[in-house]
Design a protein around this ligand. Sequence first.
Ligand SMILES: [Zn+2]
Length: 166
Amino acid sequence: MDRIFIPRLLKAPQQQEQFAFAETLADLETLTPVRGEMAIAHRQTYLEVTAQAETIVTLTCDRCLQHYNTRLTVDRTELIWLQSNLGEDLPAEREVSLEDLDESLDPHGYFEPETWLYEQFCLEMPLRKVCDPQRCPGAETNPDDATPQIDARWAKLADLKQQLSS
Ligand SMILES: [Zn+2]
């Protein structure tokens, strides 16, 4: 995926570039190529980046340590503020509020689609990796998903409460 020179977008039809891709990302180990499409639009004061993409990754189960495959999907629009000097006052007539803008880029610089996409996939990674909640062989030895485990201290407190009330 080639990086995009931001001023170039202004000369493009509708000030945007769209492309489809099916490729491996340098920093993301995937079983299948990352497939999808992306649009980067120049909105004068910000970039609007939209992507739908998916891939299959091999993860290691937290419970049984087996490898398993899972699909990751990205479907996201992000607004990236274009500003070379972040200390400057914001234009009064801006159309979007700052809360909508997660990041900022130099308006005379480059946008890196691959890095951006990599970050989106990282956000999609499951925090708790379990191969199969029903069939994971590690499930018997670690049943804390089925029955909520009560902290030992709380159990003692519950006992005490019982004693006091009887
Ligand atoms: Zn497992």
